[in-house]
Design a protein around this ligand. Structure first.
Ligand code: CTP
Ligand code: ZN
Length: 140
């Protein structure tokens, strides 16, 4: 397997579901970063069969709600001085504000300007969220 060196400082996003790595790369706008960024796809994993992984050799702010919505199984490792100093397990967010759009064509949010819409987790298995205005279920 290709050997990618450890990083000195930054963030390693591990256990990304296979195929989601590129989506996360785009969502975090990692193409705009000038420091070293590595996207690994389809690496063998004991637990997951195959997984994706991203290494970012710099500090950037991470929106954990957005990341959790895209892929709740990610592990975020914070690296300083070549050592992992923190490990964050994501989870599916209970509430999402201003990220999802309601897909119900009759929902008031389709034709009237409303503030950021709140969605509440409805079904964790299907990863659907309930619109606060019309109660219909939507997913990412
Ligand atoms: N890593 C890195 N640079 C470092 C330290 C770790 O790139 N200086 C990467 C490792 O290559 C690995 C991930 O961060 O992909 C997590 O590394 P580690 O802390 O060794 O934890 P693991 O035991 O591999 O993973 P886990 O505890 O999450 O099962
Ligand atoms: Zn709605």
């Amino acid at each position: 397997m290709i050997n990618v060196s450890k990083i000195k400082k930054g963030i390693v996003l591990d256990h990304i579901s296979q195929g989601q790595g590129y989506k996360i790369f785009s969502q975090l706008k990692l193409d705009e970063i000038e420091d070293v960024v590595v996207l690994l796809r389809n690496i063998p994993s004991n637990k997951m069969g195959k997984k994706d992984l991203i290494k970012i050799e710099t500090d950037i702010p991470l929106d954990l709600t957005v990341l959790g919505l895209i892929d709740p199984y990610i592990t975020i490792n914070i690296i300083e001085n070549g050592e992992r100093v923190d490990k964050i397990k994501l989870k599916l967010p209970q509430r999402v504000t201003g990220i999802l759009k309601c897909k119900n064509p009759r929902c008031i949010t389709q034709y009237e300007k409303v503030r950021d819409i709140d969605f509440i987790l409805a079904d964790p298995k299907k990863r659907t969220y309930r619109c606060e205005y019309c109660d219909s279920h939507t997913s990412l």
